[in-house]
Design a protein around this ligand. Sequence first.
Ligand SMILES: *Cc1c(COP(=O)(O)O)cnc(C)c1O
Length: 403
Amino acid sequence: MIDFKALTQEYKTPLYVYDFDYMAAQYDELKEAFRGRKSIIAYAVKANSNLSVVKHFAKMGSGADCVSIGEVRRAFLAGIPAYKIIFSGVGKSDDEIREAIERDILYINVESAAELERVELIAKELGKVSRISIRVNPNIDPKTHPYISTGLHDNKFGVDLSTAKRMYILANNSEHLDPVGIHFHIGSQLTELDPIRESAEIVADLVRSLQNIKIELKFFDIGGGLGIKYDDETTIKPYDYAQAILGCLTALDLTILCEPGRFLTANAGYFVSKVLYEKQNGTKKFVVIDGAMNDLLRPSLYSAYHKITAVTESTSEPRPVDIVGPVCESGDFFAKDYPLPELNHNDLVVVHSAGAYGFGMGSNYNTRGRSAEVALENGKARLIRKRETFEDLIALEKEFLED
Ligand SMILES: *Cc1c(COP(=O)(O)O)cnc(C)c1O
């Protein structure tokens, strides 16, 4: 049991709390599932990009999957070696591509024919060879929320099979490109294995057909997306996941790359707020807390469900309430008609599963400083990000006031 009361007395609210031991256990379970095969787990930094979190994974031997050069820099700062860093994303700028090549990362995940051209040109300017992988869009419905589905042709991600093949041939003939990998990532919060297996089979077939024309890849990058329990979902077991992937790779000698984000960090995280007041509008009961959508956007953005518990002396029967923040938007809520007991000023409300796509999606909307972040490891708590102050928020504007 985490002592949220003690933590918030020391670090105030709203507060993010991350259980580092839980993250380590998740990492170990996934790594173990691929035992006996060459594999790299490349933590998807966007899920939770706090430097101490990334360093925690670096110490376990993790690589990093990055979607901006900023994330690549974070990975380096946190101690992840270049040969375990990959750079993905549909829209990389020339500067980002240049820096990735100069830093000699494992490979750039290319997402379009036009991008491949840019990478080749920039590598040529630098007099270097850029290792690349191509993100294939297998056109498989991942059966997840449409906003986090990425493997269908009407999504912006990746290229279709025939385009991929043409790109591999082009890359293979280029002096400045070295095609080393193939990549797919069909979506996030995946809870069914069949779409993953089907995608892996399609992509493995492409690897074989490339072998036939003497293009030998080294890395089979299965993306991330492993779902977690927010509520009572049935999730995929890492062992079954690994078996399904390995089943598609018979006679192929490839290093598996896996890019989990949510799976590693989501259920390690808690977002803790204080109750400001309760109020009633007509028949509707609201609990107003000091955390808001600028701290944790997922409920507002995707109507995401998060389990919520209260730390209170109250012994009243739970009744349905809307749990809302102070931001001036009707979309500023954490849950609707959620059963909580009657709460008092300064009771705590804990939003669970907040370790992925929580803090990182935060903003300063309504001139609210972002929360502090705290790590729990071996029974000890430590600050890993300070609470933002008003001074932090205006630092880049202040100088323009002088007239
Ligand atoms: C977001 C993302 C991931 C991580 O997704 P999770 O659902 O958090 O595991 C992995 N790979 C790529 C390319 C991504 O964009």
